[in-house]
Write a protein that binds this ligand. Structure first.
Ligand SMILES: Cc1ncc(COP(=O)(O)O)c(C=O)c1O
Length: 342
């Protein structure tokens, strides 16, 4: 049986998370986040980001983005993001439906946008015939497996703030980005000027746990209402909180993301040795994008499914996870080599 490289969502839940959920499953406690575990988990986030933040736990990455954007936007305002952004192409229009806002898309490089490209769409400000630009959303690590440096983020946030815009970060793979940068979470989020962060957990070994971290306190007045209205005020919140407590207390986030990133690096190294395959983006987190002959794609997919991301180019995506092993990589590489033999 081959490992699946289709998505980090295909990996199981880390055993110590299952254990933490099991340990949380003792007796009764208050619901809707008024329990002790939730207080402790929020305290953990405050240890990482400082006391002056607000935290809301949610169940999916899409929900984290919807809650984040709902706190930042009025229905006549717009969010500016990369054309490749998950909020633009992979959330079935959930951000538009819940915020009522338009998404304005920008050209990107490996999923990244720049102040220069943002500037080009700052038009019609103050004119009631145009949507009003209000939020810039960036993804860290990007959908194409690249990582913004702290400096690149600072350039975007300072440009945004100078232009009366707020900055959201979709950190669905934030742990992979932190490991890649060798930085604490706070250094490239709050300290770099991000206003609201979708903090991912599920892709890195948790079962059902994502968080929204509000750094800009001017946005938090109505968050408790939005949390409920976006259907994320989970009644048995202790089971979400228990996951984050375990994840953040024992460096589990780091070990998991480090393994995923290391395995992506190994996969990249091995793939680069094969003449007929081209790696198309820098590998900076836990995703490898490559172009290979179409016949080989089909043959490999039969034994180990993965997604074709661009049919015309024949581009595919391989994602590594916290549980990927060196043997998984070497077996997969052999499978690819065999499929190229004809
Ligand atoms: C960059 C990014 N953001 C958000 C999400 C949304 O996560 P979910 O599928 O849990 O809604 C994903 C999931 O693939 C993602 O890759």
């Amino acid at each position: 049986m081959f490992k699946s490289f289709a998505s980090d969502n295909n990996a199981p839940v880390h055993p110590s998370i299952i254990k933490a959920i099991e340990e949380a499953n003792r007796g009764d406690c208050l619901g809707y986040g008024d329990d002790e575990l939730t207080k402790k988990a929020k305290e953990k986030f405050k240890e990482l980001f400082g006391q002056d933040i607000d935290v809301a736990f949610v169940l999916t990455g899409t929900a984290a983005n919807v809650l984040s954007l709902s706190s930042m936007l009025k229905p006549f305002e717009a969010v500016i993001t990369a054309k490749t952004a998950h909020i633009n192409i992979d959330e079935c229009g959930a951000p538009e439906r819940f915020t009522g806002c338009k998404i304005v898309t920008l050209p990107q490089k490996c999923g990244k946008i720049t102040p220069k490209s943002i500037e080009k769409v700052l038009v019609g400000v103050g004119d009631e015939h145009h949507v009003q630009p209000k939020v810039v959303s960036i993804t860290q690590a990007t959908e194409l497996g690249c990582v913004y440096t702290k400096e690149e983020i600072k350039e975007i946030t300072s440009f945004a703030h100078k232009n009366n815009l707020l900055v959201h970060m979709d950190g669905s793979r934030i742990s992979n980005a932190a490991v890649s940068l060798g930085l604490d979470f706070k250094e490239f989020t709050k300290d770099a000027g991000v206003d609201v962060l979708s903090f991912g957990g599920t892709k890195n070994g948790l079962m059902i746990a994502e968080a929204v971290i509000f750094f800009n306190k001017s946005l938090t007045k109505y968050v408790k209402f939005l949390h409920k209205q976006t259907m994320q005020l989970y009644s048995k919140m202790r089971y979400v909180s228990a996951q984050f407590l375990e994840y953040l207390s024992n460096d589990l986030w780091f070990q998991n993301a480090k393994n995923a990133n290391d395995m992506a690096e190994l996969l990249e190294r091995e793939i680069r040795k094969i003449d007929k395959i081209k790696i198309i983006y820098p590998v900076e987190a836990n995703e490898v994008f490559a172009v290979l002959p179409k016949e080989a794609v089909k043959k490999v997919q039969e034994k180990s499914f993965f997604y074709v991301v661009d049919e015309r180019k024949g581009a595919v995506r391989w994602v590594t996870s916290f549980n990927t092993t060196k043997k998984d990589i070497m077996d997969f590489v052999k499978l690819i080599k065999d499929s190229l033999k004809g």
